[in-house]
Ligand binder design. Structure first.
Ligand SMILES: [Zn+2]
Length: 93
């Protein structure tokens, strides 16, 4: 069995599972029953989320041309309240 992709002009793309080699160029839409045409797309390719791709790109770029800073980066601010409220009751050093 193989999964084939079709597109209805009204309802969009949908998948149909058929034996290999038996996919027709057109099938009836599973929603409205109108004619849907077969489309071809890249199968099961994972797409990297844009923020992750930017981070990977930046890390790779910094290997060759590291970013130059003009001052020491500020320290991250300390948390005012602990994540667990019971930690506030612990004895202080
Ligand atoms: Zn349809």
């Amino acid at each position: 069995m193989a999964t084939y992709e079709y597109r209805c002009p009204r309802d969009g793309a949908f998948d149909v599972t058929l034996p290999i080699g038996t996919a027709a160029a057109r099938v009836l839409c599973v929603v409205c029953g109108d004619e849907a045409v077969r489309i071809f797309s890249a199968p099961l390719l994972a797409r990297t989320p844009r923020p992750l791709a930017a981070a990977i790109e930046r890390a790779a770029g910094s290997a060759d041309t590291p970013e130059v800073v003009s001052e020491i980066p500020a320290r991250p601010r300390a948390r005012r309240s602990p994540a667990n409220p019971t930690h506030a009751r612990l004895p202080r050093p």
